[in-house]
Design a protein around this ligand. Structure first.
Ligand SMILES: C[S@@+](CC[C@H](N)C(=O)[O-])C[C@H]1O[C@@H](n2cnc3c(N)ncnc32)[C@H](O)[C@@H]1O
Length: 288
């Protein structure tokens, strides 16, 4: 008998974590079973998450876009007709030669192997030249539009404490994009759920710093980012999906806001971290 393609773990009645490749899991999920997907796939060519099926380790960025396209076609099938997708995608530079000590191609921690194998020559696509910014978030967004997604907003996430970069020939990066896609024209969006402090409609730039909690993951979401997406796009009791769940931030915030979550993560170490954070959250709520 073939070994199972993924493992399922449940934490309480509201959180399900699948350990495995998100494409395998998504293909087995019931259609139209999720209200909202909030996710951040790995950057292309930056970190090595040390699993064979990982996204982000493709030999060229056009294959990365194709892989994401496949994942989000599978997400689209499991979304309800009025469902939405909040997608955070990072950019990268085409490089030829050295990687430096800081910035998107830096040799740091567990990134080294992937960088050395994939990022030290200019990718052979899109007419890229050495040091070209690849525009990956928009290339992914355009591909998803072609696949039927309705692109409704590009939120600029302004990082109040960005990763330092030692560059002198361009401004340092301190922003990322979070796209809001809808499955259909009649999507659920509660504009009253999150407002500007003045009471005005929420703007599409969000100034957010990292959370103070120590998390065993190189790129956790700030909780506030997830909180806004959940409140704007779901009702109490709805199901939220994160197919690249990492340390489980989407699940933690979903539970705080009385939603259920389906999380998928390939790397067992990060699943353990998500479980640790979720059980700590349960203990804290029992003490209250
Ligand atoms: C940028 S991180 C997400 C971090 C997450 N937002 C958090 O708050 O911790 C992307 C995650 O996707 C996982 N991943 C990469 N390829 C995957 C795949 N094919 N299926 C499921 N997870 C995958 C990586 O192991 C990594 O933890």
């Amino acid at each position: 008998m073939a070994p199972p393609r993924y493992i399922v773990r449940t934490i309480g009645r509201d959180i399900t974590i699948y350990v495995g490749d998100c494409l395998d899991v998504l293909q087995d999920m019931p259609p139209e079973s999720v209200q909202c997907c909030i996710t951040s796939p790995p950057y292309w060519g930056l970190r090595d998450y040390e699993c064979a099926q990982q996204i982000g380790a493709e030999p060229s960025p056009d294959l990365y876009v194709e892989n994401l396209r496949r994942v989000f076609a599978a997400v689209r099938r499991v979304l309800r007709a009025d469902g939405t997708l909040w997608l955070n995608v990072g950019d990268a530079y085409a490089r030829n030669g050295g990687t430096g000590r800081c910035g998107p191609n830096a040799k740091v921690a567990n990134t080294r192997k992937l960088i050395q194998r994939r990022n030290c020559r200019v990718p052979d696509c899109w007419g890229l030249k050495d040091r070209d910014l690849m525009g990956l978030p928009w290339r992914v967004a355009f591909a998803l539009q072609e696949d039927g997604w309705l692109l409704r907003s590009c939120v600029v996430w302004i990082k109040t404490a960005p990763m330092p970069e030692s560059v002198r020939n361009r401004p340092s990066n301190a922003t990322e994009f979070v796209f809001l896609f809808a499955k259909t024209q009649r999507y659920y969006y509660d504009n009253e759920a999150v407002r500007e402090p003045t009471g005005a409609n929420l703007r599409n730039y969000w100034m957010l710093g990292p959370d103070s909690e120590r998390v065993n993951h190189p790129a956790p979401f700030p909780r506030e980012l997830v909180r806004r997406c959940i409140l704007l796009s779901t009702r109490c009791g709805d199901v939220v999906l994160d197919p690249f769940a990492g340390s489980g931030t989407t699940g933690i915030v979903a539970r705080e806001l009385k939603r259920s979550a389906v999380l998928v993560e390939l790397n067992e170490d990060y699943v353990r971290e998500a479980e640790r954070r979720l059980s700590r959250q349960t203990q804290i709520s029992l003490l209250r």
